[in-house]
Design a binder for this molecule. Structure first.
Ligand code: R5P
Length: 293
């Protein structure tokens, strides 16, 4: 794609400007008014160029999905001919199986909805566990996936001597593996059983953790309970320190306090979700991905 403009919303202006600077194009915003009954009124620039990059991260996704459903067709009416959505965090990717009869597989339905809306999608480390590629759930939409795992690994290497990288569950193997290979660091994954939103059990792998500097790596931290249980288990096994590096720092509610209380020393993340822990900027990789669409 040859972008002409980055369009974003006021609450993501910093990320929009960073992406626009990397692409060498201007950045403009969509104004959003919320009526007392919850409905939204959007106001876009009155005339749009052909190639529009729409930056909208999908943390706290529900209101933003409605914004996209209105903003994208409106942008086409105002002149956009090609619209690529950049969602550094792509929501609803973890609901990828009907665990009980009747349960909606949100990953499939949300992805199909977005595929019908935009011409291309760029995102970072979507939670792809039971499918290999976004193309399986986004037919007809060009997708490029960027990974933050190697950059997070590089950051860890500047902070921790001889780290042992550990994923809290089997799904994390892909990200821990990428970072581990890049650093030449020992790595492995735990086994996890989830009983509820805030109830998980973790079993450690057969690795010697005594006196090791362990870094827990995952794609997303939400309540933080997965990482918290992993941290407690790792410290009980004699590790010298536990740090956390995640791509998407959702960290809802008291997640950060809970991790600190469990003994986590440092918390690091990429900037796909704006958060105090962000140390790895993704704008350059996102811009490369937009050009590759
Ligand atoms: C799921 O497999 C993900 O990779 C994360 O481990 C999970 O979403 C973390 O959720 P929470 O922080 O609420 O335990």
């Amino acid at each position: 794609m040859k972008p002409d403009l980055v369009l974003t919303f006021d609450d993501e202006l910093a990320q929009g400007r960073a992406l626009a600077a990397q692409l060498g194009v201007p950045c403009e915003t969509v104004q959003c008014h919320r009526f007392p009954d919850g409905e939204l009124r959007l106001h876009l620039p009155a005339a749009l160029p052909a190639g529009v990059v729409l930056l909208r991260g999908l943390h706290q996704p529900n209101r933003k999905l409605v914004q996209l459903m209105i903003a994208v067709p409106a942008a086409r009416e105002l002149g956009a001919r090609e619209i690529v959505l950049v969602s550094p965090y792509l929501a609803y990717m973890r609901q990828d199986l009907a665990f009980t009869p009747g349960e909606a597989v949100s990953q499939r339905h949300l992805a199909a909805m977005l595929a019908g809306l935009v011409d291309g999608l760029v995102t970072v480390d979507p939670h792809l566990h039971r499918i290999r590629s976004l193309d399986e759930v986004m037919p007809g939409c060009r997708t490029v996936v960027v990974s933050a795992a190697e950059a997070l690994g590089d950051w860890v290497a500047t902070q921790v001597e001889r780290p042992l990288l550990l994923g809290p569950d089997a799904e994390a193997a892909q990200w821990v593996g990428q970072a581990g290979l890049r650093l030449g660091a020992e790595h492995g994954v735990c086994r996890k059983q989830r009983m509820g939103d805030r109830e998980v059990r973790i079993w450690l792998p057969e690795l010697e953790l005594r006196d090791r500097a362990v870094v827990l790596m995952d794609d997303v931290a939400s309540t933080g309970h997965t990482l918290r249980q992993a941290c407690l288990a790792v410290l009980a096994a004699g590790a010298a320190s536990v740090d956390v590096a995640v791509t998407h720092a959702l960290f809802v509610g008291d997640a950060v306090a809970g991790l600190r209380a469990a003994g986590v020393r440092h918390l690091w993340s990429s900037d796909t979700v704006p958060h105090d822990t962000a140390v790895v900027p993704m704008a350059r990789s996102l811009a490369d991905a937009v050009r590759a669409i």
